[in-house]
Each structure stands twice: as structure tokens, then as C-alpha cells.
Design a protein around this ligand. Structure first.
Ligand code: LLP
Length: 434
């Protein structure tokens, strides 16, 4: 079993590990990167750089893997990567869609996903968001506070929408503090230990009756050590029993490998662990068990392709390799100190002995994509540099900092590429200003 490692791990000198690339990626006879039957340098030629590239078959395979165990109880956490194309794909493959804001809800509905297959989350939902969810027949709202119960009460009839309580189990997941959510001191959910969760579900059941029939928890993200899930289930099981609940969603949070020497449990392994823990904890067979993975579905399916524009050697210190994107398309290294690998699209498996720092084009020193990267020694300006495993929380958290237009999102499958989000233009940057 993989251990949680320091987030600032060092990429290795070897060529890029196959487990960091999507299923449909390989190197051609000259060592060039091909994904979904399309050469990445051809894509750069056609669409310019930088761009987010996703292997559609990999996305579908991951959705199927989790649907095989949980059916529609498997919800895709859309916050990790949301475009209409992705929402449609996840729904087509049998998943429910988890949204955490009114904005995510609108994108998912615009993609054609029926409201009944959507779950609404959020620790501070507005009346407008709740009303819209009820009006569009959202299948389930996960209630996160007593204030929200008052707001739902004011809305009145909830139609087809069912309700769950977000329970805070008080479990500390082994992950970065900013993406840990299940500990007692948290803005999310209602505490089990203090009795708040019990009071909240009772209040909901008093007001809404049978439709308040679910429990939900989410202990954190990028979790590689599965014991936290066992603990979560064990702690929440009695709560489900004493309130006669019929649905329990264990949350998302399964981690992925970002670096050559990291390994993560598979979705199927995680699913088995959860099913076993639910049985062991005596959760009634009639309780529908669900999960909400985001990262584990999309992270490895995606990568970012940049062009190297400047190489600067600072004598006695290090070499900076600057690319045409940066913290606006991948803020994770800055936010969480996350490590990534980098390699050249023209030589996937070549050794990378040259220590470099890969940086972006933003006006601040913290704009680092790979702090301790390794590249082949013949790397030159003009080369295409790829960072793998950027499919989750990359495009999703992209910004316009320094008014850098956001990159397009390209899906590849069966030798064809389609642009599912086009590159932002200067007109887009100006469109909100009169
Ligand atoms: N369900 C709930 C209620 C969540 O809050 C989250 C993530 C998920 C599911 C999906 O978690 P996943 O399977 O993707 O770990 N921006 C951070 C991650 C924040 C995750 C927030 N909640 C990052 O880039 O690492």
C-alpha cells in the first residue's frame, strides 16, 4: 500500500512513469508522445500552447470502474474538472453528478444531465441556489447547517428532492491541511461528537419526514492511505442505524500518483475497502452506499502541454525553464506545495538528468510549476514540455491572473481531437467591462 509522502517530493531522473500517463498514451517509434492516437506535437501545431489534453477513453474507463461497484451511487465530483463535455461523459457512463455551487449546477444542467441525477453540496448555499435546485428537481441536497434547514423550511415544498445531512465524523485524513475536511475543527458538516448531527437530522425529519433519509461525509482529498475511510464508516454507522437512514455517501478523496515513485490504490480497490467496511460496521443491506470521487476519475486522464520560451542559468544556484503558462493554469504547487513531473513531448522515455525549476510567465517569484524538476540535457527553447496528472483541479482552478487567457481543453479519442473548451481570447478578458 502506498504511503502518504511529503507533498514536495522530488521528481526522479528516469523517463516518465507509465502510471502517470493516461491509458491511451504511448511513445511512437521516435519517442514522441501520442495520446488517443494523436501526436501531441501535432496538437500544439494546430491549437497553439498551452493546452489541457484529456484522453477520453481513460475518463470513460475510470467512470466505468466505479459504476461497476456502486451504479448511480457513484457520483462524479464535478469541482475537480467541469465542462459540459465532462458532465455529459460522466452521466453517459452511468454516474450521478455532484455539484457544490449554483454555477456548477447550471453547467451540469446545460450539459443535459437531468436534475434527478444531481447532488447539491455547499456549506453556505444561498436561498437562490436552494430554490433553483428544488425547481430543477435535483435528486438530493446535502444539508450542511441549521441555517440551511431554516432556508429550506422557508422554501416549503421540496418536490422530488431528498435530503441528507453532512456529518463531520471527526476523522483526520492523512493529507494536506487545506484539503482535509473531516476533522472536528472544520467549516463543513455537523459534528457527530457534539450531537449536532443528531439534532440536525431530527430537525430535518420533523420538518420534511421520510425525504430526509441520508448521511454524507467527506474526510479530505488526495488520500493514499485508506484506513481513514474505514474509521469514517465505523464512526458513522451507528448514526445511520439510529435514524433509520437509507443512503450513506462516504465522500470522495481517493488520491492519485503525481510523481514517478508514488503509487495510489485503484478505484476498485477503494470501492472494495468501502464495501467491506460498511459490512463490518453492520450497516443494513438496505442502505444504499455511494461515493463521490473527483480526482481519481480525471487526474491521470489529463496533462498540460506548454512551450518552453526561456532558459536561464543562474550561476551557483539553478536553471529556470520558463513556459507559456504557470500558476494561472496550475495553482496547486503554489497552494499546496504539490509536486509534479515534467518531460518533453518529443522524448517520453528519455532519462532526465538535468535539474531545473520549471516556472511560468506570471509576475511573481512564487509562480513555480515544478520546483525540483528534471529534464533531458538536450532541452532547448521551443521544446514542448508536458506536466502529467493535471486533469484534476487544474482547469477547474485556472484563473486570469496577469490577464493570461485560460488554455483550451482538448479531448482526444480514436485518432481525433475535439476542443471542448476553446482558448480564451482578449475579447473574453474584456467582456465584463462596459
Ligand atoms: N465530495 C465532497 C463533498 C468534496 O468536498 C470533494 C472535494 C469531493 C467529493 C471530491 O474529492 P476528490 O475525490 O477529488 O478528492 N483543490 C484541491 C482539492 C479540493 C477538494 C475539495 N473537495 C486540490 O487541488 O488538491
Amino acid at each position: 500500500m502506498a504511503q502518504v509522502r511529503d507533498e514536495t517530493g522530488t521528481p526522479s531522473e528516469a523517463g516518465i512513469g507509465a502510471h502517470l500517463l493516461p491509458l491511451g498514451a504511448h511513445a511512437d517509434e521516435e519517442g514522441r508522445l501520442v495520446v488517443g492516437g494523436v501526436r501531441v506535437d501535432d496538437l500544439a501545431q494546430e491549437f497553439g500552447t498551452p493546452f489541457f489534453l484529456y484522453d477520453e477513453e481513460h475518463l470513460r474507463a475510470r467512470c466505468r470502474e466505479i459504476v461497476a461497484v456502486f451504479g448511480r451511487g457513484a457520483a462524479f465530483a464535478s469541482k475537480s474538472f467541469l465542462t459540459k463535455a465532462m458532465a455529459r461523459l460522466a452521466f453517459e457512463e452511468g454516474m450521478t453528478l455532484d455539484v457544490s455551487t449554483g454555477g456548477e449546477l447550471e453547467v451540469v444542467l446545460a450539459a443535459g444531465v437531468p436534475g434527478e441525477h444531481v447532488i447539491l453540496h455547499g456549506n453556505n448555499k444561498s436561498v437562490a441556489e436552494l430554490r433553483r435546485a428544488v425547481d430543477t428537481g435535483v435528486g438530493r441536497i446535502v444539508v450542511d447547517s441549521f441555517d440551511e434547514i431554516d432556508r429550506l423550511d422557508a422554501i416549503g415544498e421540496l418536490g422530488e428532492t431528498r435530503l441528507s445531512i453532512r456529518v463531520n465524523p471527526g476523522v483526520e485524513a492523512h493529507t494536506h491541511e487545506f484539503i482535509r475536511t473531516g476533522q472536528e475543527d472544520s467549516k463543513f458538516g455537523l459534528s457527530l461528537a457534539s450531537g449536532e448531527a443528531d439534532r440536525a437530522i431530527e430537525a430535518l425529519q420533523d420538518r420534511f419526514g421520510d425525504i430526509a433519509d441520508g448521511a454524507h461525509a467527506h474526510i479530505g482529498s488526495q488520500i493514499l492511505e485508506l484506513s481513514g475511510f474505514d474509521r469514517e464508516i465505523e464512526i458513522i454507522a451507528p448514526f445511520i442505524g439510529r435514524h433509520g437512514l437509507r443512503e450513506f455517501v462516504v465522500g470522495g478523496g481517493l488520491g492519485v500518483a503525481y510523481l514517478n515513485d508514488e503509487f495510489a490504490p485503484s478505484l476498485s480497490h477503494w470501492a472494495r475497502e468501502i464495501a467491506t467496511a460498511c459490512q463490518r460496521s453492520g450497516i443494513d443491506d438496505r442502505v444504499a452506499i455511494g461515493v463521490e470521487p473527483g480526482r481519481a476519475i480525471v487526474a491521470t486522464a489529463g496533462m498540460t502541454c506548454y512551450r518552453i520560451g526561456t532558459i536561464k542559468a543562474i550561476a551557483g544556484y539553478r536553471t529556470y525553464v520558463a513556459v507559456d503558462g504557470g500558476m494561472s493554469d496550475n495553482p496547486r504547487p503554489v497552494l499546496y506545495g504539490s509536486g509534479y513531473e515534467a518531460f518533453l513531448a518529443r522524448s517520453v522515455h528519455t532519462r532526465r538528468p538535468w535539474p531545473v525549476r520549471v516556472v511560468g510567465k506570471h509576475c511573481e517569484s512564487g509562480d513555480v510549476i515544478v520546483s525540483d524538476g528534471r529534464l533531458p540535457e538536450d532541452t532547448v527553447v521551443g521544446d514542448l514540455l508536458v506536466t502529467p496528472v493535471t486533469g484534476a483541479y487544474g482547469f477547474a482552478m485556472a484563473s486570469n491572473y496577469n490577464r493570461v487567457p485560460r488554455p483550451p481543453v482538448i479531448f482526444v479519442a480514436n485518432g481525433a481531437a475535439r476542443v471542448v473548451v476553446r482558448r480564451e481570447s482578449i475579447e473574453d478578458l474584456l467582456r465584463l467591462e462596459p
